[in-house]
Design a protein around this ligand. Sequence first.
Ligand code: TPP
Length: 343
Amino acid sequence: MHYSPPDRPAALALYRTMVRIRAFENAAETASQGGVSAYGQQAAAGAAVAMVRGPLHLSTGQEAVPAGVCAHLRPADYLTSTHRGHGHTLAKGADLSRMMAELFGKATGFNGGKGGSMHIADFSVGMLGANGVVAAGLPIAVGAAHAQKIQKRDAITVCFFGDGAINRGPFLEALNWARVYELPVLFVCEDNRWSATTASGPMTAGDGASARAEALDIAATQVDGNDVFAVHAAAGRLVAEVRSGGGPRLLHALTYRVKGHVSVDPAAYRDPAELAAALETDPIANARAQCLAAGVSAAELDTIDAEAQTEVEAALKAANAAPWPDASAAFTDVQTTGAGQWR
Ligand SMILES: Cc1ncc(C[n+]2csc(CCOP(=O)(O)OP(=O)(O)O)c2C)c(N)n1
């Protein structure tokens, strides 16, 4: 693929976004180990108590996609995410420390500690929410984009989803609606080749996300999702087209899910050779090599790595020290079913 690499500050900003996501997720994964896991397995006697409980879906190896796409977004733009949403959230500008606090279940988290990894939202930066229901972000994004169009707002919506989501009905409904009403939405399929414990390829008819978009007359672009500069270039073009009123577009980013489906999943069902090949194309190593080749010094990149590490360590410390939610908060921000006897 031919593309123009971004200028030096933009390249370093993309690199920084990726290393912040990686550092955050590595730390969150470590903090989730020991104690009692999401699946109720007891820790060995004497093991540390896990500070993060509940499932963590890590986007390790996929950082180039949110970094490259969100670099083109403004605070007024909306974004919908998935169960694997830490990278999207950080790339859209949400506060790293509040996200860590949410994972720790603390009152200072985005959801007051009651939501955890899969319910993070930060409306202040247009991040409308992670979502544990596969493909559920697609119709939400289309609704948000429809509101933007009706209210003539100068803003667009970006919708991230996985390759597994394209086999659910909401994918078709959302793309159809977006095209019929010419909505300002960019669909981004993060094709990491796996849907939980199932390889997506053998259960997907036809040529996948791009082909399905084109069948609905939505222009689609495929990109190497492990090359942040390629993602940045492709997304830049698509975002500009959506912003100028061209209607919906789809970006199909080919990447790989390096970790298991959730943090406690060793992914023993997959061929180690497949993983080894994917590790060769690690997006951070890839960006680093391209930056070095373009004349950026290793020391400059090392400084960015160290700054991300320092920021994450401060977030861990703050999350540890933060208070637990007060018991009186248990019934705020939750839907009431009206009956109440379960209380
Ligand atoms: C409607 C629905 N069906 C099934 C699940 C269980 N589930 C959670 S994640 C997942 C795989 C999703 O794959 P993909 O969309 O490719 O996203 P990835 O996990 O690869 O990021 C499944 C089947 C769910 N959460 N929601």
